[in-house]
Design a protein around this ligand. Structure first.
Ligand SMILES: C[S@@+](CC[C@H](N)C(=O)[O-])C[C@H]1O[C@@H](n2cnc3c(N)ncnc32)[C@H](O)[C@@H]1O
Length: 788
């Protein structure tokens, strides 16, 4: 039998039964006493009362689930698209508490009891739970690192430091820890307000009446009652399949249905919007192009144009070309994302439209703060523990690095913690770990970082070398080199020589390095979120300037390198930039492949996008696919390029063009094929001599007649159509002129020859005068002699 409500009476002591312990007797205000007594006469009414209570429970749960779903959705949005991403755990261990709904399946009784509290109680219990789990969360992280430590105490190598990888099946405490974070966020609370009201409103309308009438018949506690209640639920939900379900399960089912419906509605809405767009979008005329009310209009037009371009045949306006649509899109993209047209065009050449949008969006979002644990001074797990205890929320970056940590939020400035000052870590973008990993430095090697300031990658190299061998850290910028000195001191690097030399001249100073990192100066088009000024201040001249410097630096770096046959460990060069422009990346490496005896080898990085082997008019070496590109929209890291080269010998191969010129000099009659591709790639101009030679050959051909070409047989001029006749006449005229030119030239030669002869004659004349003078003198001498 169910417990009866006691109106105004003192509580009766109960026995030690489970239910008696769990729940006190229900009590009601006295003024309701009479009504309730009347209304609690039939068992049917009591059943209905139970249903009402269950409904209440379900509503409360529903509300919780909605809250969690909204918070989760917000988090996912803010975390950006990281599905493919390497830094996946930017929003770590945050799960909507939806799975909690399954709990009652395993432990029915508990589930019912746990969620049968009133709304307020539920909130209170949650708050308590959160306070507990807030502590638990930090503790659990510590434990995680502790476990790693005990497992890997003998592990000193950062490449083997496989510690912090958090299992996918996150612990409960982690989930709850996140709930805590969610609750702390004030704005979420305000977002939820509306939702709560809605739910409460629903409650009122659904069960308000029954609640008033029957809420005192809460818990029967015997089996007969349970059976009845099932029946009652059947009545209520009208679904015989649901009869065995707990209210929580029903609530879950209901929520799922609601979510599906919302999803379907959203899809339908989008479809409708698209269809409308198809019908409505008209290419703007004249001033309409500039006349946009706001960014939303621009955005809508961009979407429309992309849609048209995606199915151009069907959706275009008949008299409009693809170029026109692209130009309109270019304008809108520049306006919407604040780029200059030059850079936007460059980006449009690199990415297909859909990917371009992803890239642009990702470039609007700042990348997560990441740091590298300095393995010379600490282990990543120890550092993580220390920082966690200071209120830093962090995680390993990903499985691909053993030293990187991503920071979600911090209560302390990361550049001023005792750990930072003691050199236990350095703040470094995730992407800047990649070139060093590709370089794979070894202990006791001689390594050069040609452009090292401020020393992030160089210090990473030194750490992997474990302070053995010699690391030359160079930079041409005197001021920036100071940062290298500072960082090296802080990080405890003692195997390094810091130099301040123009990298282009380094090979004249020092050679014979086992490995070289050339992290070249570049336009910075991969780090737009860090430096948005790049969006507007770059032009072709900047790119050309960078490319020329990069070409010179890469050749110089190769010249500094030991070749594979001389260096025990290989003679490797890693070329990297934080630009995504192929001109600064693949094209520079391709240039090096043509001008030095090097080959591309795999970077060893098993993620990222393959480099371009073809790009627009550039036909690059196929092995350029071995290079790697990294983008903010695919890896959630700065845009980056990494290529690894191995030097095979010190030979300097001639470029094809140089070979051709030499051949032409040796054999002027030889073939003179044009290689358009190379003429674009190579900077060196063709010597004038060869150009004149070619011109002369052409002239001779015209004069003598090109035997290789069939002459058209002409019977008479009358037989030719008008246009051709004129052409033939022109050719004849030109031919005559050429003859004249050649004749004149010959005459000029003759004139010159005659001039030369005249000079000779004059010279002879002078000599004759001299002879005559001498003769006169001789006569005088003879005369004097005779006199004597
Ligand atoms: C991309 S930054 C290098 C970043 C560095 N590798 C790091 O990880 O901290 C490029 C560097 O190249 C340097 N640089 C520019 N021209 C140079 C040259 N001709 N020779 C050597 N270094 C140069 C710049 O001063 C700049 O510090």
């Amino acid at each position: 039998m169910g417990r009866k409500a006691k109106f105004g009476e003192e509580k009766q002591k109960k026995g030690p039964g489970r239910k008696a312990k769990k729940q006190g007797d229900p009590s009601f205000p006295k003024h309701l006493k009479e009504n309730v007594e009347k209304k609690l006469k039939s068992s049917r009414q009591r059943k209905r009362a139970r249903i009402a209570t269950q409904k209440l429970e379900a509503k409360a749960l529903l509300k919780e689930m909605k809250k969690a779903a909204i918070i989760e959705e917000k988090k996912i949005k803010s975390a950006g698209k990281e599905n493919e991403g390497i830094i996946k755990k930017q929003v770590p261990r945050k799960k909507a508490p939806v799975p909690v709904l399954k709990e009652p399946e395993d432990s029915e009784g508990e589930g019912t009891t746990e969620y049968s509290d009133s709304d307020e109680e539920l909130q209170q219990s949650k708050a308590k739970k959160l306070t507990k789990t807030a502590k638990k969360s930090q503790a659990s992280k510590k434990n995680l690192f502790d476990e790693d430590q005990s497992e890997e105490d003998d592990d000193n190598d950062e490449y083997e430091d496989n510690d912090l990888d958090i299992p996918d099946d996150d612990s409960e405490s982690e989930e709850l820890g996140d709930e805590e974070i969610e609750d702390e966020e004030g704005d979420e609370g305000s977002d939820m307000g509306e939702e709560e009201d809605e739910v409460e409103g629903d409650e009122g309308s659904d069960v308000g009446e029954e609640e008033d009438e029957d809420s005192n018949a809460e818990d029967s506690g015997d089996e007969e009652e349970d059976g009845d209640s099932d029946g009652a639920q059947d009545d209520d939900y009208g679904d015989s399949d649901d009869s065995d379900m707990l209210p929580i399960e029903k609530a879950n089912k209901k929520l799922k249905k609601k979510m599906e419906k919302e999803k379907a509605d959203a899809a339908a809405e989008e479809l409708e919007m698209n269809v409308t767009t198809h019908d409505v979008f008209q290419f703007p005329e004249g001033e309409e192009v500039e006349k946009m009310e706001g960014l939303q209009d621009v955005q809508q037009r961009m979407k429309d144009v992309i849609m048209v371009l995606s199915d151009f045949k069907r959706l275009r306006e008949p008299n409009r070309s693809r170029k026109e649509y692209l130009e309109l899109l270019l304008k809108d993209l520049c306006l919407y994302y604040s780029y200059n047209e030059f850079l936007m065009e460059k980006l449009m050449e690199i990415f297909p439209l859909s990917e371009l949008m992803e890239f642009l969006e990702a470039s609007e979002v700042t990348r997560p703060v990441t740091l590298r644990a300095n393995s010379l001074k600490t282990r990543r797990r120890d550092l993580a523990q220390a920082l966690i205890s200071r209120g830093v929320n962090l995680d390993p970056i990903g499985k691909w690095t053993k030293v990187g940590l991503v920071v979600f939020n911090s209560q302390v400035p990361l550049g001023a913690t005792p750990e930072y000052l003691a050199g236990h870590y350095i703040l470094q973008g995730a992407s800047s770990l990649l070139p060093v990993m590709a370089l794979a430095p070894q202990e006791n090697e001689r390594i050069l970082d040609m452009c090292s300031a401020p020393g992030g990658k160089a210090s990473h190299i030194a750490a992997i070398m474990k302070n053995t061998g010699v690391l030359f850290a160079n930079d041409a910028n005197k001021d920036r080199i100071k940062a290298v000195v500072g960082n090296f001191h802080r990080l405890g690097i003692v195997n390094s020589v810091i130099t301040n030399v123009d990298g282009r001249k380094y090979s004249t100073i020092m050679k014979g390095f086992d490995r070289i990192l050339l992290d070249a100066p570049c336009t910075g088009t991969g780090v737009l979120s860090k430096d948005p000024s790049v969006k507007t201040n770059k032009d072709q001249a900047d790119i050309d300037k960078c490319v020329n410097l990069q070409r010179e630096l890469i050749l110089s770096a190769i010249d500094c390198l030991s070749s594979a046959d001389k260096s025990k460990s290989g003679g490797y060069l890693v070329y990297s930039t934080c630009s995504i422009l192929p001109e600064e990346n693949e094209c520079v490496v391709d240039f090096a492949l043509k001008h030095r005896d090097v080959r591309l080898v795999p970077t060893g990085l098993d993620f990222g996008v393959d480099g371009f082997a073809n790009f627009r008019q550039h036909r690059l070496h196929p092995s350029l696919k071995l290079s790697k590109r990294f983008y903010p929209h695919t890896q959630n890291m700065d845009g980056f390029f990494v290529a690894k080269l191995q030097k095979l010998s010190n030979k300097i191969p001639q470029s094809r063009k140089e070979r051709r010129i030499e051949e032409a000099m040796e054999n002027p009659e030889g073939s003179d094929k044009e290689d358009s591709e190379e003429s674009q790639e190579d900077e060196k101009p063709v010597p004038k001599k060869s150009g004149n030679k070619r011109k002369m050959e052409e002239i001779t051909k015209v004069i003598k007649g090109d035997k290789s070409q069939k002459k058209p047989k002409l019977d008479s001029d009358q037989q030719l159509p008008k246009g051709q006749k004129r052409h033939v006449q022109n050719v004849a005229k030109n031919r005559r002129n050429l003859f004249k030119m050649v004749k004149n030239r010959r005459n000029l030669f003759k004139v010159a020859k005659n001039r030369r002869n005249l000079f000779k004659i004059l010279k002879n004349r002078k000599n004759l005068f001299r002879v005559a003078k001498n003769r006169k003198n001789l006569f005088k001498v003879a005369k004097n002699r005779r006199k004597l």
